[in-house]
Write a protein that binds this ligand. Structure first.
Ligand code: NAD
Ligand code: UD1
Length: 360
């Protein structure tokens, strides 16, 4: 069964493709590498020993998307492609709306034209805004505080409208909590450009000696130790959730929304301690002002995904910290390699992809 994965070279996409290939799916990727490297896909191909068809292309290119649907037998789409940095979205909102909203509309229109009506969409726990209580279940009120979050909420609403208009569509909306960790091989992982915004990539860069110390944003939250609490989930557990959601779209029409989280909350200080205990490296830190827009506590009620998808997160916090560290330690510069040297017997590339590789 052919699955189109948009944004497949990115952090969550690359881990999901490993699981798709291991489960016997054929994978076609569209990615413009605006926040990723083709090296991640080469490594996915190496880990799985399987081929991936890759189009170096933006989902903003309508003609290009038509070419992809013409050239491949696509049964369903997993849609990861999008810009995701909250602060950047405040600074350049139009680019976020253009990329995330227009890109998604292009994708949906092309899917409709080619009668492919099964979709798994990457949403975020950010759509819960400042939740009134925890754990957060899917029926909580939705609100957003920044353009990035607004793109997610708008797309969720667009998908709802689409199903009302045409109930042949089968859509899973997945609201991720805080994905961390990496594949156990240490070959693929999260590779943020520049100084990381998120906690765990920041910690691993401190551990590897690239950054001096962690700044903890806020020590006066109404939590057990004053620092913010989040629901960290191993990226491989998250990836497996996509396979379950995909199976659901194949078996049942409708729009279904699921939290993908563990249901457990850890504070920033607990994360620092877990990392230090698992990896044996001291993480120096200072406590500073709260980060604007941060909520005190955020963790999922994951019961709906358990009941309807038969999915739950298995991996604990130690495994998450260990795998994040393994990836960082083995790849201190992330995917930074001489891309001209990339050759793989397994990586099947379109002409466009080769042009991109040669021009980097
Ligand atoms: P990522 O940046 O690593 O991956 C996104 C991929 O999409 C990148 O490879 C990027 O090059 C590609 N892309 C962006 N715009 C594109 C376009 N116009 N055309 C083609 N490709 C394009 O991010 P990720 O962490 O893997 O996140 C995947 C999805 O999950 C995103 O939609 C993100 O908003 C969502 N999400 C992520 C998190 C998280 O913490 N990582 C949390 C909630 C939701
Ligand atoms: C952030 C985004 C959210 C996005 C999520 C996953 C904001 C306001 N929210 O959420 O929209 O869906 O990432 O990509 O950016 N922390 C520190 N020091 C740091 C970094 C983080 O103390 O250097 C703290 C934060 O205050 C928070 C916790 O660590 O309490 C987790 O932060 P982070 O990894 O950025 O995730 P979120 O805040 O949940």
């Amino acid at each position: 069964m052919g699955i189109l994965v948009t944004g497949g070279a990115g952090y969550i996409g690359s881990h999901t493709i490993v699981e798709l290939l291991n489960s016997g799916y054929e994978v076609i990727v569209v990615d413009n590498f605006s926040n990723s490297s083709p090296e991640s896909l080469r490594r996915v191909s190496e880990i799985t020993g399987q081929r991936i068809m890759v189009y170096n292309m933006s989902i903003l290119e309508r003609d290009g998307l038509e070419k992809v649907f013409n050239e491949n037998n696509i049964h369903a789409v997993i849609h990861f492609a999008g810009l995701k940095a909250v602060g950047e979205s405040v600074a350049i909102p139009l680019q976020y709306y253009q990329n995330n909203i227009t890109g998604t509309l292009n994708l949906l229109e092309t899917m409709q034209k080619y009668n492919v009506k099964r979709l798994v969409f990457s949403s975020s726990a950010t759509v819960y805004g400042f939740p009134e209580s925890v754990p957060i279940s899917e029926d909580f009120p939705l609100s957003v505080t920044n353009p990035y979050g607004r793109t997610k909420l708008m797309i969720e609403e667009i998908l709802g409208d689409l199903f009302i208009a045409d109930n042949e569509w089968s859509i899973s909306i997945l609201r991720y909590f805080n994905p961390i960790g990496a594949h156990s091989s240490g070959r693929i992982g999260e590779d943020p450009k520049g100084i990381p915004n998120n906690l765990v990539p920041f910690i691993t860069r401190v551990a590897v000696g690239e950054l001096k110390e962690l700044t903890i944003f806020g020590g006066d939250y109404p939590t057990k130790d004053g620092t913010g609490v989040r629901d960290y989930i191993h990226v491989v557990d998250l990836a497996l959730g996509h396979l379950k959601a995909l199976e659901k779209t194949v078996s049942t029409p409708g729009v279904n929304t699921y939290n993908l989280g563990t249901g457990k909350g850890y504070s920033v200080l607990e994360m620092v301690e877990a990392f230090e205990n698992t990896c044996g490296i001291k993480i120096p830190y200072t406590i500073a002002q709260r980060r604007p827009g941060d909520v005190a506590v955020c963790y999922a009620d994951p019961i709906k995904a358990k009941q309807e998808l038969g999915w739950g997160a298995d991996k604990g916090i130690e495994e998450m910290c260990r795998d994040s560290w393994e990836w960082q330690a083995k790849n201190p510069n992330g995917y930074e390699v001489n891309i001209k040297n990339i050759e793989s017997p397994h990586l099947s590339t379109s002409g466009d992809f080769l042009i991109k590789v040669n021009s980097i």
